[in-house]
Design a protein around this ligand. Structure first.
Ligand code: AMP
Length: 311
């Protein structure tokens, strides 16, 4: 068995815990078998930060066992995307997993997940996978759902934790679980931000100091939009757009106020929960951010949507 033995760290709860590291399916199978009780799973691409740590923490609070997967899934990166430069920080990731009391870390290479190479059969995200992120990243969500389905099976988890930060991904995973009857509970966790509002992301490592200043306009736009929630959809869109246009170094891809289930623009008469979402290129980095918003009198930003399980 290939194991990495990081220094044992004591967690804030006083519990010390070195996760078992599994690289192969066999290793995962035997580590999984040794876990009694329910198993919560947090899927990541590595380069862990406080956003990931929060997901793990929530999972830890609610389940007897936690598995973290660290896998850079080639299937969800396009040919011109940043797979080769994506940050790889395994030792630091292990420190976070250790401090958070993770039981098992599954960190396979692509040949473990795709032993026969490119899988001929994939999960199709359908029309919801073609809008917003899917429009800029063709095939991304089919690749994402395919690996999520595989990791759900391989880990044998009972609950799965995902960040609201990737709202479209979260929606599609919920849809997949419902539409093809996966025996899985999907739990969402609100977006974790830096103190200045920037949504935490592994890709923030690419930002120069000046890029980082520019990047703040995404969360600022969302806050400005949400602050106008009482005025209805066009007031929200107008306020958010006004912030983005004042920052010419952020090249906006989209800024939308959409229905949380259909991802279609909400009409002017709409009142209720909606998703205000933005994507923009800052320097060489494409960033996304969003906030759930209650549209209408007394409305404003929400952490997560009210009708779904969240931690
Ligand atoms: P990634 O490693 O970027 O694929 O993210 C793994 C999981 O962590 C996904 O469910 C993300 O939505 C979640 N995540 C990433 N960044 C954040 C954040 N800032 N706040 C909450 N969850 C996050």
């Amino acid at each position: 068995m290939t194991t990495t033995e990081p220094a044992t760290i004591t967690s804030p709860s006083g519990r010390s815990h070195t996760p078992v590291v599994c690289r192969s399916r066999d290793e995962l199978r035997s580590a999984r078998k040794a876990l009694g009780g329910d198993v919560a799973v947090v899927m990541t691409m590595g380069a862990l930060h406080e956003g990931h740590a929060t997901l793990i923490h929530r999972a830890r609070e609610r389940a007897q066992n936690v598995i973290v997967t660290i896998f850079l899934n080639p299937l969800q990166f396009g040919p011109k995307e940043d797979l080769s430069r994506y940050p790889r920080t395994f030792d630091a990731d292990m420190e976070i997993c250790t401090a958070e009391g993770v039981d098992v870390v599954f960190a396979p290479t692509p040949d473990v997940i795709y032993p026969e190479g490119d899988p001929g059969v994939r999960i199709s995200a359908g029309p919801l996978g073609n809008v917003l992120e899917g429009q800029s990243r063709p095939g991304h969500f089919d690749g994402m759902l395919t690996v999520v389905a595989k990791l759900m099976h391989l880990t044998g988890g009972t609950s799965f934790y995902y960040g609201q930060k990737d709202a479209q991904q979260l929606l599609l995973i919920r849809r997949m679980v419902r539409d093809i009857d996966f025996p899985a509970e999907v739990v969402s966790v609100p977006t974790v931000r830096e103190s200045d509002g920037l949504a935490m992301s592994s890709r923030n490592m690419y930002l120069t100091d000046s890029d980082r200043e520019v990047a703040l306009c995404l969360s600022r736009a969302l806050r400005a939009g949400a602050a106008e929630a009482a005025g209805g959809p066009s007031a929200i869109r107008r306020a958010a757009r006004a912030v983005l246009v004042r920052e010419p170094l952020a090249l906006a891809d989209y800024l939308v106020l959409v229905h949380p289930q259909t991802l279609q623009d909400v009409p002017e008469w709409y009142r209720g929960e909606a998703l205000l979402a933005v994507a923009a290129r800052v320097g060489t980095t494409r960033l996304i951010d969003n906030t759930p918003v209650a549209v209408g009198p007394g409305g404003g930003a929400l952490d997560v949507f009210s009708d779904v399980p969240h931690a």
